[in-house]
Write a protein of this length. Sequence first.
Length: 318
Amino acid sequence: MSGKPRVFLIGVDGATYNVLEPLFQQGRLPNIQAFMKRGCSGGLMSTIPPLSPVAWTTITTGVHPGRHGILDFMGFNKQAREPVFFDTTRRRVRPIWSVLSERGMRVCVMNVPMSYPVDAVNGFMVSGMGTPPTRQHFVHPRAMFDEMERSIGTYHVEVNVPGGGLPNYRLLLNSMRRTMASRRRAIQYLLNRERWDFFMAVFTTTDRAQHFFWNFYDPSHPGHDPKKAREFGSVIPDFYGEVDAGIGEILKHTTPDDYVMIVSDHGFGPLHKRFSLSKWLVKEGYLVLHEAAKRKTGGQILRAIKLMIPPDVKYWLA
């Protein structure tokens, strides 16, 4: 397909106009802003539930969660009576990169959440959020990935969330910067390596920044700490700026004949309270757990978390 129009699908996890519009006014996102002026844009409704594994699978398959089968981070196998971790082995519909690969098109897919284990594409693929610490079956072909790392250095699949409760924000921030820098290096390496028919890359540090640093960014948040805000209050705008720069680098590889889309899985906003229906039912005496079942299920969940679930997903499940 050399010389024919290509498709670039750029993901920005957790992107929200609540952050974008003030940054547009400040002139801090020149690439995204100019891109939007050249095309069309608008807010879209996310999936139900509006969770990353669910929404990204809908984006990449074109069907609703009831059809593709990815409903959350984790589920429960009623027959085996044990928890299961959702991954692509439970996806019931082929993603766009598999459909294109079967038609002989060259595809490059990077960092799509819940794309582990990767598909044997006609091109290159490395998974994103949901990749277990074992880092097996997360890339195809392995030889091309090894070649890439020899050229750009270590590639960081996901941000490492240090600590069991509240993270060490400085360590987390350093991990986010390393991950973002390696992602941008990898994207440039891959775009320079080959003229792909379909190229997809997802930037996820915007989502991580908002999950962990929103209370420092938003003065109206009940957990806002003015002292810590002086150190961490700019983290969210800064990473939006990093993503804008990364998008600018990708756009340099496009032509006027190419199709380019920037998409997100869900929006974002402050979280003031949480309500757990299951805990409330237990507390009020409407739900009683059998002690043996509680011990068995709890142990299985802990084993699954220790062996398979990456640090970022562990935090969301906590």
